[in-house]
Design a protein around this ligand. Structure first.
Ligand code: HEM
Length: 442
């Protein structure tokens, strides 16, 4: 049985010369760098995170200029599970509002705008929007969605087979199945008409993939990259959200935007929430679906049990989310002088929690590099924790469970036909392509 840890240990020595040459491995005084987005194109840097957890659980990181983006003031990287949970739960000390939630500091001129999003608010203010929008995300509405998701998974799998992914032939499962699955489910839940789905994809890619060289940066008059979360870049999407809400007021349907359009949410709040959902609900599931297949392929014994139908889907989905956390990190800002694992943090310091490390913390998980598809309890932090814990977690789990069940109905097994191509990002653990071969049932 091969575990990530085994591969990891066996290749660690041979990694060293390569790693020393890698961008920014030696950040602050020999402390491994986990900031540089390029590192993540090779997968989660387990050796770096383990070194941080063991020796520098709250570690100073440089924020060097990278890929045309200017240098920043640096931050604290929080890598142990207990500390990550503390930061996420303690909004009084670690604010989402002060400097918002991305590692890169926003342009101060954009801050008031960015803070209109509930993601970038603190209690008690945050609670008002959270309560309002939660009403649209009722478990009953999400559960009703299972039928649509299952039908969609079947259609995408059948289409993949017809278009050349037949017995033993190599195909890219991201392009053929998982990207469309995530986007189409989200647009259906929101109530975005089929003809406008491409627009949503373009907008979210611009926001999430902006660190990736495949995504051409939008430059300002001085040739500097424009922050994709700035008002200028989002005007088109906001205009669309306004029109859609007006349309839903006139023609309400069983979808999220209809419910929100009829609520006491102000127009500006609704537009901002549309943006939040478009980004939060698409790239995360787009990452989780192929990421789960990759985790299975990396663990042949567990994967055989999965494809043979010997493992229940619900705990398996959560374990796949632990091993492949779609979100790598989130940022907070200290509101006052405090300390974390004995390290003094000053008011105003930037504090970044790494879900990608907490999910592998030996202090919280037995044998963390092992894929245990029946792991219970499984306190992974892939959906975060505290007041901002993912609002779409139920919807995400449902989509993933249905997709994995349908893949298992269709396929006897899956093997990688080549390495994945990953997103260059220190935020989203994206998989841009995953070449596979599958054995179809009958
Ligand atoms: C596997 C898929 C997903 C993962 C791993 C994920 C992860 C996360 C995480 C880590 C947060 C916390 C952010 C923070 O601490 O500041 C979050 C928040 C959020 N997520 Fe998700 N998410 C997923 C899918 C979705 C989906 C499908 C939707 C909606 C359709 C969604 C909507 C949201 C919203 C609205 C928030 C903000 C909550 C708040 O600020 O109170 N997410 N998500």
């Amino acid at each position: 049985m091969e575990h990530i840890a085994d591969r990891h240990h066996s290749t660690e020595t041979s990694h060293i010369p390569d790693a020393l040459g890698a961008p920014g491995l030696r950040g602050v005084r020999g402390i491994p760098d986990v900031f540089d987005p390029r590192i993540y194109a090779a997968g989660i840097p387990h050796d770096r995170f383990r070194a941080l957890r063991d020796h520098y659980p709250v570690a100073r990181q440089n924020e060097d200029e990278v890929l045309g983006w200017p240098a920043g003031p640096g931050f604290w990287a929080v890598t142990r599970h207990a500390d990550v949970v503390r930061v996420l739960k303690d909004a009084a000390d670690f604010s989402s509002y002060l400097g918002a939630t991305q590692i890169r500091d926003p342009d101060p001129a954009d801050l008031p705008f960015i803070r209109r999003m509930m993601l970038n608010q603190d209690p008690p203010h945050h609670g008002r929007l959270r309560r309002l929008v939660s009403r649209a995300f009722t478990p009953a509405r999400i559960d009703r969605f299972a039928v649509t998701a299952r039908q969609r998974a079947r259609e995408l799998l059948a289409h993949a087979r017809e278009s050349g992914a037949d017995q033993g032939r190599e195909f890219d499962v991201v392009r053929a199945v998982t990207d469309d699955y995530a986007l189409l489910n989200l647009t259906d839940l929101l109530g975005v008409p089929a003809s406008d789905r491409g627009l949503l994809l373009a907008w979210t890619e611009r926001v999430i993939a902006y660190q990736d060289p495949d995504e051409p940066p939008v430059l300002d008059a001085d040739g500097r990259p424009v922050n994709p979360r700035s008002p200028a870049m989002l005007a088109e999407m906001f205009g669309y959200a306004r029109e859609l809400a007006a349309h839903k007021r006139a023609h309400p349907a069983d979808d999220i935007i209809s419910v929100l359009a009829a609520s006491e949410l102000r127009d500006a709040e609704l537009e901002m929430f549309f943006f939040l959902l478009t980004v939060a609900g698409n790239d995360t599931v787009r990452s989780a679906a192929p990421g789960g297949l990759l985790a299975l392929a990396d663990h042949p014994a567990e994967s055989r049990a999965w494809w043979a139908g010997q493992v229940a889907a619900d705990p398996a989905v959560d374990e796949l989310l632990r091993v492949h956390p779609p979100v790598l990190s989130f940022r907070r800002t200290a509101t006052r002088d405090t300390e974390l694992s004995g390290v003094p943090i000053a008011a105003g310091d930037k504090v970044v929690v790494f879900h990608a490390s907490a999910n592998y913390d030996e202090r919280a998980f037995a044998d963390p590099y092992r894929l245990d598809l029946t792991r219970t309890p499984n306190p992974h932090v892939s959906f975060g924790d505290g007041p901002h814990v993912c609002l779409g977690a139920h919807f995400a789990r449902l989509q993933l469970r249905v997709l994995h069940e349908e893949m298992r109905e269709s396929w006897q097994g899956l093997e990688l036909a080549g390495p994945p191509r990953r997103l260059v990002s220190n935020f989203i653990n994206g998989v841009k392509s995953l070449p596979v071969r599958v054995t179809w049932r009958s």
